[in-house]
Design a protein around this ligand. Structure first.
Ligand SMILES: [Zn+2]
Length: 239
């Protein structure tokens, strides 16, 4: 266990001067900031608070910070292109080919891992247990792993006006019988499967593929339920 306040980088485990890093990359917040550069955080306990910019914490040395920011730089470009992704004829998802599997997968892993190691209350629900060290190792050595390892699928809400002012703390969620986490940032939901058990083919289809195919799922299938939940949260706070 590494003590809070020590100068050990949580990623490379070397002693170094630590940077005050964002837990979730700044760009993910995007237009979440209002004119006061604040954003609404809706917590699971249904108490709201406004937070200044993203949550920061001393976790990484400069070298590791630079490494993760390279993936972020790449992921930013991909995420900005999502509105221009091709429509699948089924209407269930949009997709793009030619995604750099290594960079985008390591970016996804870095979000999950940072939330796992963070001491901030916002990420208190993320406890990766023995997976934390496995993912740290993958990030340190830049091993993205197989597409089925810690797969993540992204779900998009088609009508972002309703939700784009909200960040919810990541929550544990059962995903098709597997342990996982749901991160909600703006109109994108990121679902991470954190499990040693093998996932079935249907589920694997949702993940970023090693061939470079990224599918972003439409929330239609549970949009109503989702929006009802959010609506319930919002009703009391007059946003
Ligand atoms: Zn480091």
């Amino acid at each position: 266990m590494i003590e809070v306040g020590s100068n050990i980088c949580r990623l490379c485990l070397k002693e170094s001067e630590l940077r005050n890093s964002h837990i979730l990359p700044e760009f993910l917040y995007g237009n979440l900031y209002d004119e006061l550069h604040r954003t609404m955080l809706v917590s699971s306990s249904e108490k709201e608070k406004l937070i200044q910019k993203g949550v920061r914490e001393y976790l990484l040395c400069q070298q590791c910070e630079t490494k993760l920011s390279r993936y972020e730089g790449y992921a930013t470009k991909v995420i900005q292109r999502i509105p221009n992704f091709m429509e699948d004829p089924t209407g269930q998802f949009v997709y793009s080919q030619g995604i750099d599997y290594k960079q985008f997968k390591l970016f996804q892993l870095s979000i999950l891992w940072r939330a796992g190691v963070s001491n901030d209350l916002m990420f208190a629900n993320v406890n990766l247990g023995r997976h934390e060290e496995k993912i740290r190792y993958m990030l340190e050595h830049e091993h993205p792993g197989k597409f089925t390892e810690y797969g993540c699928f992204i779900l998009r809400i088609p009508d972002p006006q309703k939700v784009d002012k909200i960040i919810m703390p990541p929550m544990p969620e059962k995903l098709f019988g597997h342990n996982g986490y749901r991160f909600m940032i703006g109109n994108l939901f990121w679902y991470f499967v954190v499990s040693s058990h093998s996932t079935d083919k249907y589920m694997q289809y949702l993940f970023l593929q090693e061939t470079g195919e990224l599918r972003v799922w439409s929330a239609r299938w549970n949009e109503q339920k989702l929006l009802n939940n959010i609506a319930q949260l919002l009703r009391s706070r007059k946003i």
